[in-house]
Ligand binder design. Structure first.
Ligand SMILES: *Cc1c(COP(=O)(O)O)cnc(C)c1O
Length: 360
């Protein structure tokens, strides 16, 4: 068996310890004689798995008691609709910050429900930075302010939390949640698809402040109502049990690693290794302004684009996979989520050096 260094943006690499544990527990979860996949979600075994996962998640992020944690389906993409359905609460407009592909998707979906006030956008400069906070045109009457703290495709990240005053702040943290400590109390809603930094695909985690729940717009389907999921502990219908279990294994792994302060240091070191190499030569280039570079997704382009395919081919042969950039931006992208090791990043840098030496 060989495991590669997988730089996929999502579904992404999982900690090997987690996969090994899942394997060891696959046929017989702790003496029950069955796999977690085969358990009823109403039974005490799965209930225990679910509760432990939530407890560990809350501990990792120090989530205050006045927030619910929901384990849902439908991806971050469903949250693009669920947020306005639940948070408009009679208002007609919401503020959105547009910093890339995923912001645009959230905005396009939000338009189905309300007037969008584009409070700031970096689209005219090709999404290479975050517009300065003092230039944002926030509307104090907005139902909420939505932003994307880490744009997975262009590799642009906020390293600060915007101040939205009394207006609830909503964040799509799909590709950054759990990568560093976070002051959850600054937010109204945080959501994330699991397949980047939390676990496997099929699970969406939502953290929502209690006072924002319970006033969905008329006609909201039950499955899109935060209140209904909160009242049923995310078991209004059959939840994605196996994905929930895998997320629980990841939370427990993160705790063993020393929690978010420890993982943040490792993530910073990995990002430094890769960016400082990219900056140190003329063959590779990252177009994002330094202050806004993502610690999770690192796009880079080769100065000779005709070498892209050869680069990818040889990287794959060297056991470095999924480095192709998103089709909308081209070039390369290395996603270096929590489960990617420093060793993996160093192996990539060594490969890049060698490729540059022999090809450039
Ligand atoms: C991957 C991603 C999404 C889409 O998530 P789905 O779970 O596929 O709906 C949305 N936002 C961001 C920031 C992402 O990285």
């Amino acid at each position: 068996m060989t495991r590669v260094y997988n730089f996929s943006a999502g579904p992404a690499v999982l900690p090997e310890d987690v996969i090994i544990q899942a394997r060891d527990e696959m046929l017989d979860w702790r003496g029950t004689g069955m796999s977690v996949m085969e358990m009823t979600h109403r039974g005490k075994q799965f209930m225990a798995i679910a509760e432990q996962a939530e407890a560990d998640f809350r501990e990792l992020l120090a989530i205050p008691e006045n927030y619910k944690v929901l384990f849902l389906q439908g991806g971050a993409t469903s949250q693009f609709a669920m947020v306005p359905m639940n948070l408009l609460q009679g208002k007609k407009q919401a503020d959105y910050i547009c910093t890339g592909h995923w912001s645009k998707k959230a905005i396009a979906e939000g338009r189905r429900f309300c007037e969008i006030n584009l409070a700031a956008s970096s689209e005219d400069t090709g999404f290479q930075h975050v517009p300065p906070h003092q230039d944002w045109k926030l509307d104090p009457e907005a139902a909420y302010v939505h932003y994307t703290p880490n744009e997975t495709i262009a590799g642009v990240e906020f390293h600060w939390i915007p101040d939205s005053g009394e207006v609830p702040l909503v964040a799509d943290m799909s590709s950054t949640l759990l990568s560093r400590p976070l002051d959850v109390s600054r937010f109204g809603v945080i959501y994330a698809g699991a397949q980047k930094n939390i676990g496997c695909a099929g699970l969406t985690v939502v953290i929502v402040r209690n006072d924002l729940i319970g006033r969905p717009q008329a006609g909201t389907p039950a499955m899109f109502d935060y209140q209904i999921h909160a009242d049923h502990n995310s078991m209004y219908n059959t939840p994605p049990t196996y994905a929930w279990y895998v997320a629980g294994l990841v939370f427990s792994w993160l705790k063993r690693k020393g929690g978010l302060t420890a993982i943040a240091k490792i993530n910073q070191a990995k990002a430094n290794t890769l960016y400082s190499f990219i900056d140190s030569n003329d063959f590779y280039y990252n177009p994002v302004e330094r202050a806004f570079r993502s610690r999770m997704n690192v796009p880079f382009i080769l100065s000779e684009q005709q070498l892209d395919e050869i680069f990818l081919e040889q990287a794959k042969k060297a056991g470095l996979t999924n480095l192709k950039g998103h089709r909308s931006v081209g070039g390369m992208r290395a996603s270096i989520y929590n489960a990617m090791s420093q060793e993996g990043v160093e192996t990539l840098v060594e490969f890049m050096k060698e490729f540059e030496r022999t090809r450039a």
